[in-house]
Design a protein around this ligand. Structure first.
Ligand SMILES: Nc1ncnc2c1ncn2[C@@H]1O[C@H](COP(=O)(O)OP(=O)(O)OP(=O)(O)O)[C@@H](O)[C@H]1O
Length: 212
């Protein structure tokens, strides 16, 4: 896995009906680095991230994640966390129980994985016994990111992780993402907040610049 870039996209083309959205997109995220794709609303950032996450099939082009086709194996989902699609909450499970479930699904003991610390870092301690649908939109985003960072992974694919976070929340998340990259993780994100992206350890690249 370490021999390959985290993400390699070449000559990617995606259309919705007869409308082309991505044409000839090229992107490489070297393993252990962060890249943030920027660009105006509707330029195709989420479409690119969905394709790299294996959640959308492109019309043509080649995508490799750690050298393999995305979404095609248990190894992919063991290595990759994506928040490109909105999360689905388990009915009746609390915030803490969601965190415990994520840990157990990935073979971690919740106490050893630091569930309480994670909830605390994301300002969710007071909401540990609440069900996620009762949280505010920013708190739901905090929980989504807490769950993404709690489980082990090699690549985070995050679509506008700063969305709905308050300034302190943005700063805290940026620091955690920068730690993730500094300790060998790879990060591909889309964002409208350049400062946040840079503080997250990501190199900025415009969507326009990805077209060969
Ligand atoms: N399922 C779909 N069906 C038809 N068109 C779509 C679909 N999803 C996206 N599009 C269109 O494709 C284009 C790119 O959308 P996309 O969500 O990838 O852009 P984006 O850069 O992520 O935008 P934003 O910054 O607003 O999140 C837009 O014009 C959008 O309307």
């Amino acid at each position: 896995m370490a021999d390959h870039p985290a993400v390699e996209v070449s000559d990617l083309t995606v259309s919705y009906g007869s409308t082309p959205v991505l044409t000839g997109v090229e992107l490489t995220v070297p393993a252990g680095t962060g890249v943030c794709v920027t660009g105006e609303n509707g330029i195709g950032k989420s479409t690119l991230l969905r394709c790299v996450s294996g959640l959308q099939r492109p019309d043509s082009g080649r995508i490799r994640v750690f050298g393999a086709a995305p979404g095609s194996s248990p190894e992919f989902w063991a290595a990759v966390v994506t928040t490109v699609e909105p999360p689905t909450w388990y009915p009746g499970l609390t915030t803490r129980e969601h965190a415990e479930l994520i840990c157990r699904a990935h073979g971690q003991d919740p106490d050893e994985a630091g569930v309480d610390e994670a909830l605390s870092r994301f300002g969710l301690t007071g909401h540990a016994d609440a069900i996620p649908p009762s949280l505010s939109s920013g708190q739901k985003q905090r929980l989504t990111l807490a769950l993404a960072l709690l489980r082990p992974s090699s690549l985070l694919i995050l679509d506008e992780p700063e969305h709905r976070l308050d300034p302190d929340g943005r700063a805290a998340v940026a620091e955690m993402l920068a730690d993730f990259v500094a300790t060998g993780g790879s990060l591909l994100m889309a964002s409208h907040d350049d400062k946040f992206a840079v503080a997250s350890g990501a190199e900025l690249t415009t969507m326009e610049s990805l077209v060969a």
